[in-house]
Each structure stands twice: as structure tokens, then as C-alpha cells.
Ligand binder design. Structure first.
Ligand SMILES: [Zn+2]
Length: 664
């Protein structure tokens, strides 16, 4: 018995401590599900050992605690919490139980998104907002009227046919976009980040300066009537919500009404998929019985009403510990830091690794090895580390050091100017080769039929290719040495390889996996230069001239083409008759040799106009220089226009430009 009582005391102390961290300081150290587990264990032990129950146990309380800095408000009727359910079966049980209690009468249901914010109560007298209070412990809350009044979606005065006295309940929340803006701001100011929008909303409600609260951009949805005087004749909750809207109260637009369980469960599924696209966090759905007259029949338990329950979605956030950081080399050589975490259960899976994106992100988070961290996993995406739990630091944390050499090949890494990405530019880096070859052969790149993942692996394992140019030296005899290839298959692959020799230049560039260069960038480069030879002899300034490329990318691409490894591969390619064709061969030479610069508004997409110039043998550039022949100006302003005047370059408008392309 001693051990059970010790455990119970420990759990009570822990829960109280976490309550304080959560409610008073908005700096939780554990996730909701971890908290729920502690709570559930305590509840179970108390149930099994009823002699050990005390009236001050956290399980006897309704919810959090009201904070001392605001005036305490006693709610006219308690703001109860909701019973939680976690599965369709739980809900079926809940519904059956209620049906029995109301002796099988007609029951319908209203389903509402459970916004992850903080519960509030609003009181209107003669249509004027006189009180805004937090839920607090459910019995007493804080008077936060001054902060409530800063929330634009809460009307200060009701419209329509409002009652003499109205108390409504709702959820104050912070949108995801406001939340990330706030945390960015705090990063810049060197302040601790909020773990999630709910903590940020709670923290904002506790600000003593309403002007500061107003900057935080909170929002609110109303979902329940508290006290209405005189009593209304409305029969259903659904009608009540409709009535709220006529008063100017904001009601969530994703609320639905159901007569059957099956329709309801289908909606659950639909909504679970949809919720990540919303600009606010939804951690579940609330199911309420629609018929208000049944509320009195059903009544409530000590903590929760029987006529409503919450269906909780699997958790998306958990706390863990960063044990170490791996450096992963991607196909294009970009080195990505990956977190190795203390394994943690989250949304039904065990999370051990999470992406850290890049070193900028590590700096933004202020992350160190051995830090306690927040981990999030939404939908099917890769888990990510979203924050550091600074209060858990012991002083033993270690800085995460940026690597200087490639973990896969040992060559010196290259850091781009913005310091965000670290790249291995060794064209023979083994970490990049397998994925690099597969990418090279893929449809959007060289489109080599027959060179799938398995074939690539077989060729690499048998050292038949050491870089992508070796693909073009493969022979039938060699291929037939591999069990994977029979005559027909080998012939098909060789045919596919041969066909790819004259792929469009933009596809070839994309295939090469140039750092920071997706399809669009490759098209820009290809169009600008027109041939591989010209690209190979271009210097950095030539790349900087390409409109829409940006200096950072221009530098990285120029560097890529200057590397000995790249030069070797391209020379081998040429030797092996790989000759990419210019993307769009000029259809005429009307603008041959002429260099155009576009600026200002354009009646056609800029890219289209550039294509037109190139189709007629001309060139386009992003900046005006002595070499420019024409500046096509959408309006007579801007730096390019002024430079053109200064240099005496011809300035024409779009009409003239179009005329030029049509003249014979
Ligand atoms: Zn490498």
C-alpha cells in the first residue's frame, strides 16, 4: 500500500506542477497526451484505492486554475469540460448510452470542430459586451474583458433581436499564420518561442497590457449558450447557432447537423483530412445532442455534461530529447541535418527521427544537442522539430556544429552566400550517385526508358558506371553480364539511352542535378544561352544577367560549371555523342543578335515575351547595359527605364515590340 500511495502523491505533484506550467506560465514541458497518461494513471489508482482519494486531488478539480493578476469571476453556471472519446466505437457507445437515458426518443446531433484555443465566456447586457472571462477552473475564471475587447471577431455590441441578458461560450484562438508570425518576431527578439498556437493564445489572454494583446491578432468562435434571459423558445442547438449569427456572433462554418451515426462518422473522416488546410488548429470534434430540452433530462457528471462529448484526433505534438544530429547528403548534394530523437509515440507511430531542414532553422530554434524539444507530425509528412523546451535545459547541452566536409565523400563542403544551404559539389560523391543516376534517367530529365531503380543499382554495384556520362559508354556485351538483362531488355535500354542523346538542353541541365536548379531554373538558363557550349564558357556575371535567377543561384550554378568534376563529366558526355538540343529552335531570325530587357507592366506574361524574342533569334537580359538593344518598358518609371535613358538605349513600349515581331 505504501508504494501505491507514494505513486499517487508523486502523480498529484507532477500533475499540479504541469498544470502550473501549462496554465500559469504557458510553457508546458510535456505534451497533452503525456499529461493525459499521467492523469489517467492517477484516476485509475484512485479508483482502485478509494481510501486514498483526497478532496484536493487534481482529479477532483474541473480544470485549470485562475491566475491572481486578474480579477476573479464566478461563472453563473459552471463551464464544464467534455468527456473525451478516441474512436468511432467510443462514440457509438456514447450515443447508445444517451439513447437509453432519453428512452429512445428522436435524437439528432450537431458536430463542431474543436478549436484548440482557450475557452471563454462573454456576457452581454442589453446587447452590450460587459464581461469577457476565461474558463479558469470551470467555476471561477479571470476577468479579461480588456483583452477580449481587442479581438475583432467579438462584437462589442450585438445586432439583431438580442435578449436582455446573454452569456455565451466560445473559444479564443490564434490562427496558424498569426502564430508563425509571432514566433518569427520572438526569434528576432531573442525571446522563448511558444510551443503551439494554444499556448500563444493563452499567453496573450494573460497580458496585462491590452495594447500588446491587440497586436497578437486573436480570433474567436462562439459555440454554446450559457445563460439567456428571458428564456428563448429555440428548440435546438442548431437553431441557437443560427440565432447567434443574426446577433453578429462568429460561428464556425464547418459545423454540421446529423440524424445518423454513419453520416457523422463519414464526416469525421472527411474533416480529419481537411483540417490541416485550415488556418486554425483543430484537435478534435465536439458532438452535441441537438435537442435542447434533453439537456436537463441527461444532466451532467461532476466534470462534464452528458449531452456532449469530444472526439479527439490523434496527437500531432509530443516532447522528446534531441540525442544527436546526422548530416544527410541529398541527390543534388545539399546537406540536410536530421535529428535523432529519443523514441516517442505520436499519433500511433514511434518517432525516432525528424528533419531539421537546414542550419538556419537550427539557429532559429536555438537548438542544441540534448535539448528537450517539441516534435510535430501532421498528416503523412515527415516529423519535424518545432521548438526547444528551454526550461528543461541543464547546462550540459552542446552546440550543433556545421559540417565542413561531406560525410559521404570527405570533400570540402560549399556554403551558399545566404548561409542556408551547405552543399557537397563533388560530382562523384557516392551519396549522390545512386539517386543522381536515377534522377538523370527519370522522365522529366533524360527520360531513358529501361533505366529504372533496379537497373541503376545493378550498374552501380557492378561498377559499370561511376558517373552519369558512363551510361553512354554501356555496351550490349556489358549489360548481358548482368542477370537483370536478357537480350531484349538490353537492346531496349540501349535504344532508350541513344534516344536521350539529343534531349532538349533544359532537360539535360535538369538531369545533371545542378545545385538549387529545378525545372524552371533550367529552362531559364537553357533559353538564355541556347547551347551547352555557351553555358560551359560563361562566367559568373553571364549567369547573373539571367532574369529571374537571382545572384545566389547564379553564383552556385557558375561554380558548378567551373568544377573540375563537372568539366570532366561534360567532356566525357561530348565524347560519347551526347548533344543536347537547344530548347526552341528559332523560328525566324528577325531579332537575331538583338538583346532585349523587359521592365514594368506587361500585357503578356514576361516569360511569353522572352520566349517570343528567343524564337526569333534574339536574347533577353535582366539588366540594362551598353550591350542592350531595346528596353521594352511597360511604364515610364523604374530603375531600368532610367538606366536605359542614361545609356542612350532604345526604349520602346509593348505595342512597338509586338509590331517588331510581326514586321516582314
Ligand atoms: Zn560528398
Amino acid at each position: 500500500m505504501v508504494r501505491v500511495s507514494e505513486r499517487i502523491n508523486f502523480l498529484r505533484d507532477e500533475i499540479r506542477r504541469h498544470n502550473k506550467l501549462y496554465y500559469a506560465q504557458d510553457q508546458p514541458e510535456i505534451s497533452d497526451s503525456e499529461y493525459d497518461a499521467l492523469y489517467a494513471e492517477l484516476k485509475k489508482l484512485e479508483k482502485e484505492n478509494s481510501s486514498l482519494i483526497t478532496s484536493d486531488s487534481p482529479t477532483r478539480r474541473v480544470g485549470g486554475e485562475a491566475m491572481p493578476s486578474f480579477k476573479s469571476i464566478r461563472h453563473k453556471t459552471p463551464m464544464l469540460s467534455l468527456e473525451n472519446t478516441y474512436s468511432g466505437d467510443d462514440i457509438k457507445t456514447w450515443i447508445e448510452r444517451n439513447r437509453k437515458l432519453v428512452s429512445g426518443g428522436g435524437v439528432s446531433f450537431v458536430v463542431e470542430p474543436k478549436i484548440d484555443g482557450i475557452g471563454i465566456s462573454l456576457t452581454y447586457e442589453k446587447g452590450v459586451l460587459i464581461l469577457g472571462a476565461t474558463r479558469g477552473d470551470g467555476v471561477t475564471g479571470d476577468d479579461v474583458t480588456s483583452n477580449i475587447k481587442t479581438i475583432k471577431s467579438i462584437p462589442l455590441v450585438l445586432s439583431g433581436n438580442f435578449p436582455e441578458y446573454l452569456e455565451v461560450r466560445g473559444e479564443v484562438y490564434m490562427s496558424r499564420s498569426s502564430f508563425s508570425a509571432l514566433n518569427d518576431e520572438r526569434t528576432r527578439a531573442g525571446e522563448a518561442l511558444f510551443a503551439n498556437p494554444r499556448n500563444a493564445a493563452a499567453g496573450t489572454m494573460k497580458l496585462l497590457d491590452p495594447a500588446k494583446a491587440a497586436e497578437r491578432n486573436l480570433d474567436c468562435f462562439i459555440y454554446q449558450a450559457g445563460v439567456i434571459a428571458p428564456k428563448t423558445s429555440l428548440k435546438t442547438h442548431w437553431e441557437m447557432l443560427e440565432y447567434f449569427k443574426t446577433l453578429g456572433l462568429r460561428v464556425n462554418s464547418n459545423i454540421r447537423k446529423f440524424d445518423s451515426i454513419s453520416g457523422m462518422l463519414k464526416f469525421f473522416e472527411e474533416f480529419a483530412n481537411k483540417r490541416e488546410a485550415l488556418d486554425y488548429e483543430v484537435d478534435g470534434l465536439v458532438i452535441k445532442i441537438n435537442e435542447i430540452e434533453l439537456y436537463d433530462v441527461l444532466g451532467s457528471t461532476l466534470k462534464a455534461p452528458r449531452w456532449a462529448c469530444a472526439y479527439k484526433f490523434p496527437a500531432v505534438q509530443a516532447s522528446s530529447v534531441l540525442q544527436s544530429v546526422d548530416m544527410q547528403v541529398g541527390r543534388t548534394g545539399v546537406v540536410t541535418p536530421v535529428a535523432n530523437l529519443k523514441p516517442v509515440h505520436l499519433g500511433g507511430v514511434v518517432i525516432k527521427r525528424a528533419t531539421l531542414h537546414n542550419f538556419d532553422e537550427i539557429a532559429r530554434l536555438g537548438l542544441k544537442i540534448h535539448d528537450s524539444v517539441w516534435v510535430e507530425r501532421r498528416g503523412e509528412v515527415i516529423p519535424k522539430v518545432t521548438g526547444v523546451i528551454v526550461s528543461k535545459r541543464t547546462g550540459q547541452e552542446e552546440e550543433i556544429v556545421e559540417p565542413e566536409i561531406c560525410p559521404a565523400c570527405g570533400s570540402v563542403l560549399y556554403k551558399d552566400d545566404e548561409n542556408v544551404r551547405i552543399v557537397c559539389t563533388n560530382s562523384f560523391c557516392p551519396a549522390q550517385l545512386e539517386r543522381g543516376v536515377a534522377h538523370f534517367a527519370s522522365r522529366k530529365a533524360m527520360d531513358i526508358e529501361g533505366l529504372g531503380e533496379k537497373a541503376v543499382q545493378a550498374l552501380l554495384v557492378n561498377s559499370m558506371i561511376k558517373d552519369v556520362s558512363d551510361i553512354y559508354a554501356l555496351t550490349e556485351k556489358e549489360l548481358l553480364l548482368l542477370p537483370l538483362f536478357k537480350e531484349k531488355k538490353a537492346a531496349k535500354l540501349l535504344e532508350g539511352i541513344d534516344k536521350s542523346r539529343n534531349r532538349p538542353l533544359s532537360k539535360f541541365l535538369f538531369a545533371m542535378g545542378i545545385p538549387f536548379s529545378g525545372e524552371k531554373v533550367c529552362r531559364l538558363v537553357s533559353r538564355h544561352f541556347g547551347s551547352l557550349e555557351k553555358i560551359m564558357s560563361a562566367d559568373e556575371s553571364a549567369f547573373e544577367e539571367i532574369e529571374g535567377l537571382g545572384d545566389v543561384r547564379a553564383k552556385a550554378i557558375a561554380r558548378y560549371f567551373s568544377l573540375p568534376g563537372t568539366k570532366t563529366i561534360l567532356a566525357k558526355m561530348k565524347l560519347r555523342r551526347v548533344a543536347p538540343e537547344s530548347d526552341s529552335a528559332p523560328v525566324s531570325d528577325k531579332l537575331a543578335g538583338k538583346i532585349f530587357v523587359f521592365t514594368g507592366k506587361s500585357p503578356m506574361p514576361r516569360e511569353k515575351a522572352q520566349e517570343l524574342v528567343m524564337a526569333m533569334g534574339g536574347k533577353t537580359s535582366g539588366s540594362v547595359s551598353e550591350k542592350t538593344d531595346f528596353v521594352v518598358a511597360g511604364d515610364k518609371s523604374g530603375a531600368k527605364y532610367k538606366t536605359a535613358l542614361k545609356l542612350g538605349v532604345n526604349v520602346i513600349d509593348f505595342e512597338e515590340f509586338l509590331k517588331m515581331t510581326k514586321e516582314n
